[in-house]
Design a protein around this ligand. Structure first.
Ligand code: GAR
Length: 191
């Protein structure tokens, strides 16, 4: 049976696009929908261009059993991937998809996680603290920000003169390389 993925993303969506491309002609895994909390998010356009259903939703729909939950129940995803998704994932959805929601974080958790630590804010903090390395963390999502069980981490060395933009580039490269493969492993090892 084909495994189904729903992606949540808030903005640019290069990770979502990379995941969609990876599974586009995959025999066992399919991205069935992309959902965004921003109606003008670039991710919606990127997804539609690749032939994937994509739509935005409001805060009310996110928290309403007749809103996003209803869409997800219809889509029956085996895995929900938060790829640059910036709203806290609500209990209403976590309860229904227990252990089926994962997130990618652009740093080596538990360092540089928590509220306000996302996207470029993470990379700026890394540079300000002169960290010798950074990386990515793929983890299960629970009620607390960035605190669910870690599934996978990869690290990359930083140079003393790396700017936040350079750090972001190194982190994105790791994300593109590893996230689709980790998703594939998770989906295909489960029955
Ligand atoms: C990614 O680097 C992702 O790890 C990060 O946002 C970026 C989204 O880029 N996520 C977080 O910071 C979540 N706390 P993209 O929209 O180009 O995929």
């Amino acid at each position: 049976m084909q495994k189904r993925i729903v992606i949540f993303a808030s903005g640019n969506g290069t990770n979502a696009q990379n995941i969609i491309r990876y599974f586009l002609h995959h025999p066992q895994v399919k991205v069935v929908r992309v959902l965004s909390n921003k109606k003008d998010a670039k991710v919606l356009e990127r997804s539609k261009t690749l032939g994937i259903k994509a739509q935005s939703f409001t805060k009310e729909a996110f928290l309403d059993p007749g809103g996003v939950l209803k869409i997800l129940k219809r889509d029956r995803p085996n895995l929900i991937v938060l790829a640059g998704f910036l709203w806290k994932f609500p209990s209403l959805l976590l309860n229904e998809f227990h252990n089926k929601v994962i997130n990618i974080h652009p740093a080596l958790l538990p360092k540089y996680g928590g509220k306000g630590m996302y996207g470029n804010f993470v990379h700026e903090a890394i540079v300000a603290n002169k960290e010798p390395e950074t990386g990515i963390t793929i983890h299960y999502v629970n009620e607390a920000y960035d605190e669910g069980a870690i599934i996978f981490q990869a690290r990359v060395a930083l140079e003393a003169d790396d700017t936040p933009e350079v750090v972001a580039g190194k982190v994105h490269k790791l994300e593109y390389e590893h996230l689709p493969k980790v998703i594939e492993t998770l989906l295909l090892k489960k029955s």
